[in-house]
Design a protein around this ligand. Structure first.
Ligand SMILES: [Cu+2]
Length: 157
């Protein structure tokens, strides 16, 4: 009985040692993951919106994003915010790269996607699809959740 128990522990140990390698292999295939996309509801007549999300690059290679696509907007850009002499300016990021083994967070007050000329009003609880096209030919799809604008101040604190 005692030897069986030791054997079991031994197998468990081997399993735990193998597991991390298996996980890293499967992550390599999925390479870039996009998670938690959101925006805020729009007011009447609002044409442009900022969208936020997180990218996780689990691979050993830098991954370049070629473009973004959504039915909601004919033009999507990634922007960053630069403050010079107390003036807040938005700057377009031309080459969007998610570095190997790292994250890229788009959040209020920082980097964001800008969707221009959106085709409809967005209300609390709505969602829409957004596609991320990678330079390596892969594409990622994410659902953007529309949040109540009252929540906006919570994100900026
Ligand atoms: Cu912007």
């Amino acid at each position: 009985m005692l030897t069986l128990n030791i054997k079991f522990k031994y197998f468990l140990l081997i399993f735990l040692l193998i597991l991390p390698f298996e996980t890293s292999n499967s992550k390599e295939k999925s390479n870039l993951v996009v998670h938690g996309s959101y925006t805020f509801e729009t007011y009447e007549g609002q044409k442009n919106i900022a969208v936020y999300m997180s990218f996780f690059n689990n691979s050993d290679k830098n991954i370049e994003i070629k473009s973004f696509y959504s039915k909601l907007s004919p033009r999507i850009e990634m922007h960053d915010i630069k403050i010079t002499d107390d003036v807040v300016k938005m700057v377009m990021i031309e080459d969007v790269v998610v570095k190997k083994k790292s994250e890229l967070f788009l959040q209020p007050g920082g980097k964001h996607l800008m969707l221009f000329e959106i085709t409809k009003k967005l209300n609390d609880g709505d969602s829409f699809d957004l596609q991320v096209n990678l330079k390596n030919g892969n594409e990622l799809n994410t659902k953007v959740m529309v949040l109540n604008k009252e929540l906006k101040s919570n994100f900026l604190k």
